[in-house]
Design a protein around this ligand. Structure first.
Ligand SMILES: *[C@@H]1O[C@H](CO)[C@@H](O)[C@H](O)[C@H]1NC(C)=O
Ligand SMILES: *[C@@H]1O[C@H](CO)[C@@H](O)[C@H](O)[C@H]1NC(C)=O
Ligand SMILES: *[C@@H]1O[C@H](CO)[C@@H](O)[C@H](O)[C@H]1NC(C)=O
Ligand SMILES: *[C@@H]1O[C@H](CO)[C@@H](O)[C@H](O)[C@H]1NC(C)=O
Ligand SMILES: *[C@@H]1O[C@H](CO)[C@@H](O)[C@H](O)[C@H]1NC(C)=O
Length: 382
């Protein structure tokens, strides 16, 4: 039997040319004790990254970018899967691993807890900011712009981008809500997803311009969606196994869904349902309109990578130029509204419904989110 010393293992690791260590925080909305986030953490650590899990102490799906901090210094009920008892502090670390933290707040609040408490006050990165904040992989896909007001996974990522930290939201099609201890095979979907997500990060690191460059420019983030992962053919995977889905460069709009209020005549109550053909949420205004939409790509065994920005302004051409003209007489700087200011960009014809879509973007308050939902289904709202 061979015995490896720590030094021997270290030299093996170095000679394999493993990546430099990136300072990474992993957040999510499904909770700090779920299988997906823990397997992602393991994959990042295995590749030599200085990764921390900092995530909600319980399930926080559907919070979008809401920032809600705990009003109590202690937990009023046990943390997810009974990992933390009621009465424990509202934030803390795993007694077995000081790189694994929980906080009792929404996903975006956890991003700020990580940056302002762990990074600034606890100095976990020795005075540096993180190189990257990643979220997920979420239990369920987050495809299309509509999820930007809805998904805590995406909300925690754009909260990081707003603070100037490069961020990537990862989402899986699999909706398996499991405690991390449920993972007991090497090809568990959570393990496969963690490795796929790590591959994206290693690629950005390798292609970057050296130690002092940012992984992504200010104001930009990535939205990554994985298809259903399966080692054997299943009905859900359309009869094919899928463990190594190739990546496709995508855009947020294209086959994207928005909600409708589905009325049940019998019960007299409404529930949500998806509409994949609404013109607002599928208008192509920014970016490359020839790219495929996320939703369509992940129907096959392929992973979708889209670029988003948190500059939610509409581009000054097309629909926004027309809207600006409507504002002449109301606004003080009407020269800009009339399109004769410095922002009078070349008008590129934007066909069809794009003209009504002013801004299909993120809202962190209810009024803004409601307005954006209306825009998504094709109504003109101001
Ligand atoms: C932390 O930063 C200080 C000052 O920049 C430096 O002297 C020290 O070596 C760093 N420690 C680690 C573990 O990187
Ligand atoms: C592995 O975990 C699954 C649940 O995730 C369970 O059904 C199965 O019995 C476990 N197998 C072993 C060998 O522990
Ligand atoms: C989905 O949206 C399209 C376009 O607005 C509309 O024609 C269609 O009726 C909608 N479908 C449902 C089920 O509401
Ligand atoms: C630009 O807008 C201002 C304010 O409406 C107007 O006074 C001015 O004549 C405009 N200039 C041109 C070149 O149209
Ligand atoms: C603004 O751009 C439009 C389209 O190119 C052009 O017709 C218009 O004359 C421009 N306005 C000014 C004041 O330059």
């Amino acid at each position: 039997m061979k015995v490896f010393s720590a030094t021997a293992l270290l030299s093996v690791a170095l000679s394999c040319g493993l990546t430099n260590s990136l300072k990474i925080i992993i957040n999510n909305d499904d909770g700090w004790a779920t299988a997906n986030i823990r397997e992602f953490y393991k994959a990042l650590r295995a590749d030599g990254h200085d990764a921390y899990i900092v995530a909600p102490v319980e399930q926080q799906s559907g919070q979008g970018g809401r920032t809600v901090f705990s009003a109590e210094a202690t937990l009023s009920r046990p943390g997810q899967f009974d990992t933390v008892p009621a009465g424990a502090p509202s934030f803390g670390s795993d007694p077995m691993d000081s790189h694994i933290w929980y906080y009792n707040g929404t996903p975006a609040a956890v991003t700020f807890f990580a940056l302002d408490y762990l990074v600034k006050r606890q100095n976990i990165f020795n005075g540096s900011e993180p190189d990257l904040i990643v979220t997920g992989p979420n239990e369920g896909s987050n495809a299309g712009p509509f999820v930007f007001t809805l998904s805590g996974t995406v909300g925690a990522a754009y909260a990081a981008v707003s603070r100037g930290i490069p961020a990537i939201a990862f989402s899986a099609t699999d909706i398996l809500n499991r405690k991390y201890t449920a993972v007991n095979t090497t090809n568990d979907p959570a393990t496969v997803l963690g490795k796929l997500a790590t591959k994206v990060i290693n690629q950005l690191e390798e292609k970057g311009n050296g130690e002092n460059s940012r992984l992504l420019p200010y104001g930009y983030g990535l939205n990554v969606n994985f298809p259903y992962i399966s080692t054997k053919p299943t009905a859900l995977s359309d009869g094919v196994s899928c463990v190594n889905p190739p990546f496709v460069y995508t855009r947020l709009t294209g086959g994207a869904a928005t909600n409708i209020a589905a009325y049940n005549e019998e019960t007299g109550i409404f529930n949500w349902a998806s509409n994949f053909t609404s013109p607002g949420v599928n208008a192509c205004i920014n970016g490359d309109c020839d790219l495929p939409g996320e939703t369509d790509v992940i129907k096959e065994c392929k992973s979708a990578i889209s670029v988003f920005t948190i500059d939610y302004d509409a581009p000054s051409c097309g629909g926004a130029e027309r809207i600006g003209e409507l504002l002449v007489g109301l606004v003080e700087n009407e020269g800009k509204a009339a399109g004769n200011g410095t922002g009078n960009a070349t008008v590129v014809a934007v066909p069809g419904p794009a003209e009504t879509g002013a801004a299909i973007r993120v809202g962190v308050n209810g009024a803004m989110a409601g307005l954006m939902s209306a825009v998504a289904i094709g109504m003109s709202m101001l």
